[in-house]
Design a protein around this ligand. Structure first.
Ligand code: SAH
Length: 336
C-alpha cells in the first residue's frame, strides 16, 4: 500500500492519518517483518493490523561466499519461489546485483536463467528488500553501505517495468534508502518500446543494453527474441533515449568463438556505437552448458579492443566475479 492508502485506512478506522506514516516508516525504513515489533503503536492497533494485513517479506534462505568475496543470496519469496541476488565487493565499492523476475521472459541461448522460464514478476517490495538485505551484508562484512545497484540478476527488468520503477522510486526516496539514481543501472536485452517509455518518463538511472552482436542474423541466432525486437528498432529507441536523457549507454558484450569473433563483427559494433555516446563492456563468458558456447581467445578480444579504441569508443573488460559459487553473469539459476 502507498503511504496515502495507509493514511486513508487509519482515518477510516477513526484513527489519525499520522498512524499511516508510522506504519509506512516501519515497513520501508526499518524493514519490520511483523506488526508486533512496531513498538510506537498501541497494542490494540497492532492486533487490529495483525488481523487485517500480512507483511509478505523475503527471507534469505541461503548465503554462499565466493573466495573472491562475492556473496550470493538465495532469496525465498512469500509463495516459496526463489530468486538470487549478489553482492559484488571491490576495494572501494559494494555493488548489489538484483533480480526483477522469477525466471526470465526471454530466451538468450547462453544464459542459465533463460532455462527457468518466467514464473512471475517480482513486486516492488521484493526488489527493494533484496537491496536492503545486501546493504545489511555490505555493512556487516565490509563495513560500509551499499554503493551501487545493477539490475543484472534474474529476469528482464523492462518486462516488469512498473514494479522496477516503483522499487527504484523507494530506493532513491528519502523515505527509503535515499540512494542516488546515478548509482543505479538497469540492464535490458533491448525492448525498444520500453526504452522509449523510460525516456519519456525521464528516469535518472543509467541504461545498459546486452547487445552481444550488432548483426541481426547473428543476434537472432543467440537471442531469438531479436527476430521481434530487431536491431533497427533497438537503435531507433536508443537514439530516442539519448536525445531525451543525454545519458550515455553501456553495451554489454561477450565475444564467443565462431559466433561473433571476426573483424566484421567488431566493425558492426563500432557502427552501432556511433549514433549515441556509448561505452562497451566486454564480459567474460561464464560457461553454463555443454560447450556449445565458448569464450573467444585473447586475439579476438584484442581485435575488438583495438577496433573500438581506434574509433574512439571507450571499452572496458569485465572480469567475472563469484564464478565458483555460480554467482557470475548468466549463471543465476537456483541450482541449490
Ligand atoms: N535481462 C537483462 C538483465 C540480465 S543482465 C539483460 O539481458 O540485460 C545479465 C547479463 O549477463 C546480460 O548482459 C547477459 O547478456 C549476460 N549473460 C547471460 N549469460 C551469460 C553468460 N553465460 N556469461 C556471461 N554473461 C552472460
Amino acid at each position: 500500500m502507498t503511504k496515502e492508502q495507509l493514511r486513508d485506512f487509519f482515518v477510516s478506522q477513526g484513527d489519525k492519518a499520522f498512524r499511516g506514516n508510522q506504519v509506512y516508516e516501519w515497513l520501508w525504513q526499518k524493514s519490520a517483518h511483523s506488526f508486533e515489533g512496531m513498538t510506537n503503536i498501541s497494542k490494540t492497533t497492532r492486533e487490529m493490523l495483525e488481523n487485517n494485513f500480512v507483511i509478505n517479506h523475503i527471507k534469505v534462505d541461503q548465503m554462499q561466499r565466493s573466495n573472491d568475496g562475492t556473496i550470493k543470496n538465495a532469496v525465498r519469496l512469500h509463495d516459496d519461489l526463489v530468486v538470487e541476488s549478489v553482492l559484488i565487493p571491490t576495494k572501494t565499492r559494494s555493488t548489489a546485483c538484483v533480480s526483477s523476475q522469477v525466471g526470465c521472459s526471454l530466451d538468450c541461448r547462453f544464459c542459465a536463467t533463460a532455462r527457468l522460464k518466467r514464473m512471475r514478476n517480482l513486486n516492488p517490495d521484493e526488489i527493494y528488500d533484496q537491496v536492503v538485505a545486501i546493504d545489511n551484508e555490505s555493512r556487516l562484512y565490509f563495513d560500509r553501505p551499499l554503493s551501487n545497484i545493477v539490475f543484472m540478476g534474474m529476469g528482464e527488468p523492462l518486462m516488469n517495468y512498473n514494479n522496477v520503477l516503483k522499487a527504484i522510486d523507494m530506493i532513491t526516496s528519502s523515505e527509503g534508502l535515499g540512494m542516488s539514481p546515478r548509482r543505479i543501472t538497469v540492464s535490458t536485452s533491448g525492448v525498444p518500446k520500453m526504452i522509449k517509455k523510460m525516456a519519456d518518463d525521464e528516469v535518472k538511472f543509467k541504461l545498459a543494453v546486452s547487445l552481444h552482436s550488432a548483426i541481426d542474423e547473428t543476434r537472432t541466432s543467440i537471442m531469438p527474441f531479436n527476430a521481434t525486437f530487431s536491431l533497427k528498432d533497438l537503435r531507433e529507441a536508443l537514439e530516442y533515449w539519448y536525445a531525451k536523457t543525454k545519458s550515455r549507454i553501456t553495451y554489454e558484450y561477450v565475444v564467443w568463438k565462431g559466433i561473433n569473433d571476426t573483424q566484421k563483427d567488431a566493425d558492426a559494433l563500432v557502427d552501432f556505437c556511433r549514433f549515441a555516446p556509448s561505452k562497451v563492456n566486454l564480459i567474460e563468458y561464464n560457461p553454463i552448458d555443454d560447450g556449445e558456447f565458448q569464450q573467444a581467445n585473447d586475439q579476438a578480444l584484442n581485435l575488438y579492443i583495438n577496433t573500438l579504441e581506434r574509433n574512439g569508443i571507450t571499452v572496458t573488460v569485465r572480469r567475472s566475479r563469484g564464478k565458483d559459487i555460480d554467482a557470475a553473469c548468466g549463471q543465476l539459476a537456483n541450482k541449490q
